[in-house]
Ligand binder design. Structure first.
Ligand code: IMP
Ligand code: MG
Length: 436
């Protein structure tokens, strides 16, 4: 239908699937690229024309000349990080003006005390800690829900009014900081926060707008909008591995809500997955290989966090999760990244595995059991195995150019996920992409 021109890019597992790259690829004929959930817990690396850009907040589309990048109301924004990112992009020769970057005035801000609270909560949780990125994401969303959040619009207020809001926001937090041993020095002086906000407002004020107006106009004009999801299905606060999740709704509907676009405008939803799985932080990961195999995957896939540098937990591709993502996230087709890496893994280990089902409570199932805390049983993955590996020719242009085993792998993924693989990434550069 003519009035559907929104593309949504979401992650199918635990993040780091290469959404930034897929969104960047899709943005080549777009007018607008949007971040609508999460914050600088995300980390996207885009390689374009031989140059590498590492970004946490601004959508990758910013690199393209005629694309407007929007940070939507559902995002939590650390103004220091945003300012650094703007600076980094300017130094890389990218012009950042208000017709290239718009920040919703309704987006909530991450302030230094949110990072302290993030740390405090992890300390109090002890062994039950989530393993957050420590960026203050959860506490910023909690303040938003408690209706004591500071928003981008507040940067535009007179200083006394910002002070009043910050003073109210930190009232309870300060009682907590005083009460928890080791956190006394985190007690917030509202004046310091206000000074920082006033300083940062000087840089950011020109970008803070009512993004609804821009989005409505683009939808009316049938301009293409790409939503660059952050985090992923299993990190979703409602649908993921609670409590080992993030604090936003990175599922497809959540990304739409985070910018304010109704579902009727969606043209396609692309689920992004790697050819294997990785997870940072704690929580279930049924196909994890916490052994030499995992070490080989980590090494060949360079699986270290872009945001925290943490080594990622690694394991085989889980198609049960993909199958479940198909309906929960309303995915039309997959973008499968690291097809080259999984081939190398196969060459090194001697085989490549794909999880096609689980054995759970003596049954073979193809859904994600969410009562494992009750049964105390972890599902055992059931695998299909391809013997050996392959090498993808870096010059390959089409699906037909791929080695037979690589095609076999893709066919397995399609069979057990129920989803067509439309994009295939076989290298870090944007050009290393096959579209089927
Ligand atoms: P938080 O989002 O910092 O609160 O962290 C909650 C959980 O989500 C932790 O397990 C993090 O490692 C994970 N997480 C958050 N953002 C990302 C991401 O962009 N990629 C991978 N994992 C993430
Ligand atoms: Mg990432």
């Amino acid at each position: 239908m003519k009035d559907k021109n929104v593309t949504v890019i979401v992650g199918c597992h635990w993040g780091d699937e290469g959404k930034g790259r897929a969104a960047f690829f899709e943005s080549k004929d777009a007018s607008i690229v949007v971040r609508s959930t999460g914050g600088n817990n995300a980390g996207h690396t885009i390689v374009y024309k031989g140059k590498k850009y590492a970004m946490h907040l601004i959508p990758g589309g910013i690199i393209r000349k005629n694309v407007l990048s929007i940070i939507g109301p559902g995002v939590v924004v650390d103004t220091d990080v945003l300012i650094d990112e703007i600076k980094m992009l300017k130094e890389a020769g990218i012009n950042i003006t208000p017709d290239k970057l718009a920040i919703s005035g309704r987006a909530h801000l991450i302030l230094p005390y949110h990072k302290d609270l993030d740390r405090l909560q992890e300390v109090l949780k002890g062994d039950a800690k989530v393993g957050t990125t420590g960026r203050g994401i959860g506490p910023a969303y909690a303040d938003k829900t408690n209706r004591i959040g500071i928003r981008a619009y507040d940067l535009l207020l007179p200083e006394e009014e910002i002070y009043a809001k910050v003073e109210l926001a930190v009232e309870v937090h300060n009682r907590l900081f005083k009460a928890v041993s080791g956190f006394e020095e985190c007690v917030v002086n509202p004046k310091e926060i206000v000074n920082k906000l006033v300083e940062n407002a000087k840089v950011l004020r020109e970008f803070i707008v009512n993004t609804d107006k821009i989005i409505s106009k683009a939808l009316e004009n049938n301009d293409k909008i790409v939503i660059e999801g952050a985090q992923a299905y299993r990190l979703d606060i409602d649908h993921g591995d609670y409590p080992m999740v993030t604090s936003s709704s990175p599922n497809t509907s959540g990304t739409l809500s985070g910018i304010g676009i109704g579902p009727r405008y969606v043209d396609k939803v692309i689920g992004v997955t790697k050819a294997y799985c990785s997870r940072v932080g704690n929580g279930p990961f049924f196909t994890e290989e916490d052994n030499e195999i995992g070490d080989i995957i980590r090494k060949l896939g360079h699986e270290y966090g872009t945001t925290t540098g943490r080594p990622r937990r690694c394991g085989w591709l889980d198609c049960v999760i993909l199958k479940s993502a198909k309906t929960t996230m309303g995915i039309d087709y997959l973008c499968l990244n690291h097809l080259d890496t999984i081939g190398k893994i196969g060459n090194t280990i001697g085989e490549v595995k794909v999880c096609i089902a689980y054995e759970y409570l003596n049954k073979v199932i193809t859904y994600i059991p969410d009562d494992i805390e009750i049964t105390l049983l972890k599902p055992t993955p059931i695998y299909e195995t391809i013997k050996g590996g392959w090498r993808v020719n870096p010059k390959c242009k089409s699906y037909d150019d791929l080695p037979i085993k690589a095609k076999q792998f893709i066919e397995l993924v399609e069979k057990y996920s129920g989803l067509p693989v439309k994009y295939i990434g076989f290298g870090a550069d944007n050009k290393d992409t096959i579209v089927r």
